[in-house]
Structures are given as C-alpha cells and as structure tokens.
Design a protein around this ligand. Sequence first.
Ligand code: GTR
Length: 328
Amino acid sequence: MTIRLHIGAALAGALTLAAVAAPAVAQNWRGWNIHPEGYPNTTAIEQFAKDVATATDGRITAKVYNGGILGDQPDAIDQLRAGALNFANFNLGPMGPVVPATDIVSLPYLFKSPAQMHRVMDGPVGREFAKAMAKKDIIALSWYDGGSRSFYNTKHPIKTPADLKGLKLRVMNNDLYVQMVAQLGGNATPMAYGEVFQSLKTGVIDGAENNFPSYDSSNHYEVAKYYSIDNHLILPECLCVAKKTWDGMSKADQAAVRKAAIASAQLQRKLWAQQVQKSETKVEASGVKVNEVADLGAFQARMTPIYTKFEKAHPKLTPIIKQIQATK
Ligand code: GTR
C-alpha cells in the first residue's frame, strides 16, 4: 500500500514536471475565407497567418483555405464555434442569426459612409459586438471593410423602388434582407454565395446585391449587367478566432495574435479602398451599366417598418442604433 502510494506520488510528480518542462505543442491552425486569391481580404488574412507564425517562432502555423472550399459562411461559423476551424474572415451580415446584436449592422441604410462605419466599429459599439460574439465562442479581433452593397440585375437599371417590382433577388442568409427586398417590392431568395453565378446564368434569379469587388471577383457582372448604386448596406467584417483556440493560448501569444489581426485589418482596409475603384472601372469597361440612385429617400422611407419591428423585438439594442445614427 505504502509502496503503491509512493509510486503514485512519484508518477504524479514526474507528470507535473513533464508538463512544465515540455515544449509547447506545435499547433496547425485552419482558417476559412470565402474569397479567391488576390482579393483584398485574402491577401490580408494570409498576411495574418504569416505574422502569427513569425510572432510565435513557428509554434503556431496557420493555413488559410480560400474560395469557401470548407463551406459557406453559416457552416463555417458552426465549425469555428466547435473549434474545428481556428480562424476566419466573417461578414457580420449573415452573423445576425447566430449573434442577434450584430443584426444592427444589417438594418438598411444605417451607416452613412464606410468611414463612419469604421469609426463606429473601432469604438465602443464595436466592443459591444465583440462581447456578444464572444458569448457565442467567436472571438472578433479586428474589423475589415465589408464594402458598400447595391443591387444588380439582368433586366434593367433600378432608379425607383418600382423598378424592383417582381425581381427575384438573391440575398445573404439573414431575414432582415428578405424584409428589405420585400419592402421594395422584390422577391428575395437567401442563397449561398457560391451558387449565385449559376443561378443568374440560368435565370433562377434576376439579380443580387453586393459591393463592386465581389460583383467583379464572382463574375456576376458578366451576367447581370445593370448595377444600381444605392448603398443599402455598408457592412463590417471580422477577423475572428475560435474561443477554444483563444482560451488555449498564453497571454503573450494572445497579444501577438491580436496585434497581427489589427495589422491585417489595416492592410485589408487600404487594399479594399483601392479595389473598389479598380473593380468599378473594370466592370464599366466590360459594358456594365452603372447608375446612381438619385432619390434615395424613396428607398429609405420604405425601411421604417423594419426599424420599428426590430426595435420592438430588441428594445435593449435600440440605444446602440441611436448611438450609430448619432455618430459623425
Ligand atoms: C461578400 C462578402 C462575403 C460574402 C458575400 C456574399 O461581399 O465579403 O463574406 O458575404 O459578399 O454575398 O455572400
């Protein structure tokens, strides 16, 4: 008995020692990204992966799986929450079904400009969103520019809400977008990003909505030749790490990873601004008819019932909406 106890104690001691002395186990992170090679977000998230490896002396290596090959965003969110993915660039638009507070950014015509959206996200409101996301095991480390989204379609330019009547439009996975299109008289179909090109081509849908860089890189501009600028959504995106991954790191590694994420967002925002110009020029040169909606008021006025319904359903979020609207 005594001998056994001694052996047990010795073993426990040895194990403790081993745990202390053993070098940290090398980690291989898997990252999710929906965009192709060369896209601003891809360049920025790949830079993050490199910086993480450098900052941790190669203890953490990170590989980004581009082009959505690991699934669409709703799947990827589930995988990240389960810890099967370690990091990702998520759009906050289709984050709403998982983290209701982030639905605020999907209220149409909320942000005044990309610059204002960044000021909001880099301040207390951004921190509130990050807190809400952390409760769902998603650690948001920095905010990317998700671009200004407008409608495009295969039929005609959109100048007034009447031009949307009867159009079948793809939206991202969020009921607020279905409501938005319905208020304008169109029919919305939530659909995975990767299915939109084929659906436009075969006429399953008449159009969709996105920013210039995605309209360009997804080749939607080849099929849907009318792009009508109304900027109904100016969305933030996140560079996120799985909570499981985050909690398993030392404070020093967490700080290094956060620093890399912030540098990545700075790079993404810079590349983004350039890409918006490049993509607009490219699609126009290819024959796309771009028009700017002159009377935005007519579109915005139709959103009042969406705001009323949302504020009624989420009274605690209403002050955040007001705070954003009051931000210069
Ligand atoms: C892009 C965005 C993607 C994805 C896509 C879509 O602009 O960066 O994350 O949300 O739009 O429309 O599904």
